[in-house]
Design a protein around this ligand. Structure first.
Ligand code: NAD
Length: 350
């Protein structure tokens, strides 16, 4: 497996492989860019099929964070950590401590927070070993805490912006929306959509998460293998990435794809495939920036929830200008978002 020649390497500034024999921690910390600030991005704990899959995930996610943070106008570069969870071994305090030490050893070039498989409580344990961590328990009305409700709010506002452009609807009322994955973000998103009058179709591989949403509001449930192809107005991917591919795109019936999952497109060309099918795609890192906006306000301190909310509310405006440019130029939304992000980073370099 090549590293510098890896297809997803994309000029990463540094890559750190952590193998802590005393605790069993195996992790990768990818620092894609520190041009606009410390490389910030959550830590994902996942049981990967291979080391190569973990590396690919870390590289793709960390580059995505550079773009996400740039477009959200945050004083952060982009990075990501993945912890390789082997054989469903428990997430011990020792492993979290070793991860905290690893983050600390990078001297602040990487700032961590929670992602899939990690919680606010985990971050509190990581904080015992490094100050380069955010997404910690909230105190009072200050910014902080679980970022996922903010991610869900940004996604909800982004869906409203997208249905206006693609379906000519002023709200999600009476629209059918499929939510793939009802974990931290997906569950909050379902609540916002339900409150706004949308009809929900949900799928999850985790029965507890599914039941929690079923008990909270009326939802129809569909098998995880079928949710991408459901006959709905909007598809909101809120599970994992790599779901929009040459195999799946031809079978999608939704007119809008707008959700929280990172790296929804398998390749850049999949954005063009969606465009050719007249499916409006909200670029993932633009619509799902609510969480990192909260993390940024918390990390730099002195902000209130009101300020976080005001910044999250800028997400639909950014999407609207990408959608408008896509219509004008006949180019896919993902390409326009990437170009915009690269322009901001190049300007930062100067
Ligand atoms: P989570 O782990 O809490 O929830 C993910 C859910 O998806 C889980 O319930 C899981 O069982 C389910 N799932 C996994 N594979 C599935 C499949 N094949 N079909 C259906 N369901 C499946 O994670 P989260 O924090 O809610 O994040 C969801 C996505 O949004 C991730 O891709 C994450 O990187 C991204 N994201 C999250 C945040 C945040 O603030 N948490 C911010 C930005 C992006």
């Amino acid at each position: 497996m090549g590293v510098f020649s890896h297809a997803e390497f994309d000029g990463h500034e540094s890559l750190h492989f952590i193998n802590d024999a005393s605790t069993g921690l195996r992790a990768i910390i990818a620092v894609h860019s520190t041009v606009l600030g410390p490389a910030a991005g959550g830590c994902r704990r996942w049981s990967y099929a291979s080391d190569d899959e973990a590396l690919t995930d870390a590289l793709r996610l960390s580059r995505g964070m550079t773009y996400k943070n740039a477009v959200a106008e945050l004083p952060f570069g982009g990075g990501k950590a993945v912890i390789l969870a082997s054989n469903n071994a428990p997430k011990s305090p020792q492993i979290l401590a070793a991860f905290g030490r690893a983050v600390d050893s990078l001297g602040g070039s990487y700032v961590t927070a929670e992602d899939v498989g990690m919680s606010v409580e985990d971050m509190r344990q990581v904080q015992q070993h490094t100050k380069f961590v955010s997404g910690l328990p909230q105190s009072g009305a200050n910014a902080g805490g679980d970022p996922s409700p903010w991610t869900a709010l940004g996604v909800y506002l982004g869906i409203v912006a997208a249905v206006k452009v693609r379906l000519g609807k002023e709200s999600v009322r009476d629209l059918t929306i499929a939510v793939q994955g009802v974990g931290h973000v997906g569950a909050h998103l379902c609540q916002l959509l339900h409150d706004a009058g949308a009809k929900l179709l949900v799928a999850d591989v985790n029965r507890d998460n599914l039941n929690a949403v079923k008990n909270a509001m009326p939802v129809a449930v569909i098998a995880p293998a079928e949710i991408l192809y459901a006959d709905v107005d909007v598809l909101a991917p809120c599970a994992l990435g790599n779901i929009l591919t040459t195999a799946t795109i031809p079978k999608i019936k939704a007119k809008v794809i707008a959700g929280a999952a990172n790296n929804q497109l398998s390749t850049l060309a999949d954005g063009a495939r969606l465009f050719a099918r007249d499916i409006l795609y909200a670029p993932d890192y633009v619509i799902n920036a609510g969480g990192i906006i909260s993390v940024s306000h918390e990390y730099y301190g002195g902000s209130s929830e009101v300020e976080v909310c005001a910044d999250v509310e800028k997400i639909p405006q950014r999407l609207q200008s990408i959608f408008a440019e896509s219509k004008e130029t006949g180019r896919p939304t993902n390409e326009l978002a990437d170009e915009y992000a690269r322009r901001l980073i190049a300007a930062g370099k100067k």
